[in-house]
Design a protein around this ligand. Structure first.
Ligand code: PRX
Length: 649
């Protein structure tokens, strides 16, 4: 049970001016949503969105689970993020960019408007990109990535950003699945003081396939020598100069897709999560305001990469829709030393700092006292995302970084949810470290069994969202059946399928929700989500491998690491198998998929029907006592053999 004593109360000075200043205010909002769900959302949609034509229905459930929000409403997301701010914020910094080598550029809303309009014209006029076309971005963390996103939004094209850490093969798969028309990339960028390349990965991807691509637009960032395919490759820096900075925005429907973002599930290939225009931007803006409490001259820094959902919602769309200043950082927070992030907070007077627990653990480990060397007094709200935060990292973040005066918002959400779902509110929620606390107003979560029965306090269950919400996933690109099955196929409440997140959670007597972790075959390495099936498929590309099983294993810094069991084909001996498999993973998926442990075992623990008992493999990876009943295994003796190999490895 949460006792008042174990909770960290909001800072009263801060709470006074917060968007949501108390738990009473929270409940007032949440009760309003419970009593009149559509009315609640209508109120915010009317207040926040610059509608170009009104919608005629708030929520259409007639084709569930293909929900529609704000039916027939018209808007443009780039107008919502840029144009409508120009009247009073033209000279305000929209994007504050800091390069890896310390170069700083402040881009005002007026400049952002000019650059996005120019890029929109370039895409439209030079490359014939029109409404509905898919545009793949394979970009470093430079402002042009944001310009490209907003330019797509302006002309109604659907962007699909592929994180720069993904391999050529992974990029090719995503290009092909989306049937994209153009790739926007950069020659490369800088990391840890050195140039690195990206364009070569695009070349490789297009060598492997990606036939739908008509052009590659290359931003020159580091001017390193790169290959150039005449006719296909185009120099952004040259072409952009002659473009007009006036490009009228397309009138988009509420439900027109804004972007696709590929993410991993428990089965098969990564899926293209499709987001909408109106519902997405509404919640991106509202959560930026409520959860980070941005206002006035705040300088908001989310350290994610634009290649992940956190970068989409909380570097670009949410902060710009809210009219705030968003920081974009090209480098890594530990270069040139472990004080880099804190120096940036000091230099730019950053007010909100949002990062992943892995980064906090790294910063803690590499420079426990580093924050004390800098003036961090501008900070008001600290945030975490992507994975659970352990008490030691939380305490350091709260005390040493936040000087015991900043709320920590531990935000639980997913690529599919578009924006925050369960999180403390900095001016309202008494915080329990490591706990995501309560669903935001307007969001209806429940912890259920597979039969749809609510779990009692203290009993872990399946974390479900029982009512559709505006920023929810709309579809899996090109695969509506998979969308239904993956998200609405497991749990039904009172006969009605509900959204199941794939996470387990538990609530206490006071309703505080703690995330327990994935209950499916998805692992989370440094906040990067990966499917074990996807990793296994890559390992099977090695023709000496007969069988493979991948599990997650706890890791001090990364949260989880990849642990691979392989069985070699008879007669095969491969002395270099570990290096080979890691090279394969880097090629098929990217460096983020490299395993910490790869062990060769004589067989896998299987039931008589051939199902691999992953729970046993997880226990062995953790060096835990095996408590499961192994008598039903096809060959129970295999467990001892695997345990011995794992111990010796
Ligand atoms: O398992 C949960 C974990 O990250 C998953 C979503 O991953 P992704 O779609 O890549 O989005 C990450 C950024 C939103 C979830 O299913 N997760 C996310 N936030 C938290 C978390 N686990 C614990 N605590 C969190 N705050």
């Amino acid at each position: 049970m949460s006792t008042e004593k174990s909770l960290y109360q909001p800072n009263p000075e801060f709470a006074k001016n917060a968007y949501i200043p108390s738990m009473d205010a929270y409940w007032e909002l949440q009760n309003r949503a419970i009593e009149d769900y559509e009315g609640f959302w209508k109120g915010f949609a009317d207040e926040k969105i610059d509608w170009l034509a009104p919608y005629d229905k708030v929520l259409d459930e007639s084709n569930a689970p293909f929900y529609e929000w704000f039916t027939n409403g018209k808007l443009n997301v780039s107008n919502q993020c840029i144009d409508r701010h120009l009247a009073d914020k033209a000279d305000k910094t929209a994007i504050l960019f800091e390069g890896d080598r310390g170069d700083v550029e402040k881009i005002t809303y007026a400049q952002l408007s000019q650059r996005v309009n120019k890029m929109a014209n370039l895409l439209k006029n030079e490359f014939g990109v029109t409404k509905g076309d898919r545009v793949v971005l394979y970009m470093p963390m430079i402002p042009e990535a944001a310009y490209a996103m907003l330019a797509c939004a302006r002309i109604g094209a659907v962007h699909s950003i592929v994180f720069g850490g993904f391999s050529a093969e992974a990029l090719k798969d995503r290009i092909e699945d989306a049937q994209a028309k153009i790739v926007i990339t950069a020659d490369g960028a800088y990391r840890k003081g050195k140039p690195y390349l990206l364009k070569n990965v695009v070349d490789d991807a297009l060598f492997r396939g990606g036939e739908s691509i008509e052009a590659v637009l290359v931003v020159k960032r580091n001017n390193e020598p790169i290959e150039w395919v005449e006719g296909r490759d185009h120099n952004y820096n040259e072409l952009i100069r002659s473009q007009s900075d006036v490009c009228p925005f397309e009138i988009m429907d509420s439900e027109d897709p804004l972007f696709l973002l590929y993410t991993s599930g428990s089965t098969g290939k990564p899926k293209g999560v499709q987001h909408s225009s109106a519902g997405f931007i509404l919640w991106a803006q509202m959560t930026t305001e409520w959860v980070f409490d941005v206002k006035g001259d705040d300088i908001f820094w989310c350290t994610a990469d634009v290649g992940w959902i956190t970068g989409h919602t909380y570097i670009v769309y949410g902060p710009l829709a809210a009219g705030t200043t968003t920081v974009m950082f090209e480098g890594v927070p530990i270069y040139p030393d472990a004080g880099r992030a804190w120096k940036m907070v000091q230099d730019h007077k950053i007010t909100q700092f949002y990062t992943a627990p892995t980064a906090i653990r790294v910063l803690h480990k590499m420079g426990k006292d580093e924050p004390k060397k800098y003036d961090l007094s501008s900070l008001k709200v600290l945030g975490t995302v992507g994975e659970p935060i352990d008490p030691a990292a939380w305490k350091w973040y709260y005390e040493t970084v936040g000087n015991s005066k900043c709320a920590i918002v531990d935000t639980w959400w997913q690529t599919e949810t578009g924006g925050h779902i369960i999180t403390p509110l900095p001016g309202a929620t008494p915080i329990k470290p490591g706990c995501a606390t309560f669903a935001l107003p307007g969001i209806m979560t429940e912890i259920l069994s597979y039969e749809g029965i609510s779990k009692e306090a203290g009993e872990p269950g399946l974390l479900c969202i029982t009512k559709p919400w505006p920023s929810m996933i709309r579809n899996i690109w090109g695969d509506p059946e998979r969308y239904k099955k993956a998200y609405f196929g497991d749990v039904a409440k009172d006969g009605k399928p509900v959204y199941f997140s794939g996470d387990g959670a538990v609530a206490d007597e006071a309703g505080y929700i703690t995330i327990v972790g994935r209950v499916d075959d998805v692992i989370n390495v440094s906040g990067h989500r990966m499917g074990t099936a996807e990793i296994e498929a890559a390992v099977k590309e090695d023709n000496s491998v007969a069988e493979v099983a991948v599990v997650g294993c706890p890791h001090d810094i990364k949260g989880e690491s990849i642990f691979i069991y392989i069985v070699l084909k008879e007669g095969h001996i491969n002395a270099d198998i570990k290096n080979h498999i890691n090279e394969l993973l880097a090629t098929e998926i990217g460096n983020i998929a490299k395993a910490d442990h790869i062990i060769e075992v004589p067989g896998l623990p299987k039931t008589r029907s051939g199902k691999i008992m992953r729970r046993i493999l997880r226990s062995i990876a953790k060096h835990e006592e095996i408590t499961q009943d192994i008598s039903t295994l096809e060959d129970p003796s295999i467990v001892k053999q695997i345990e011995t190999t794992a111990r010796e490895a």
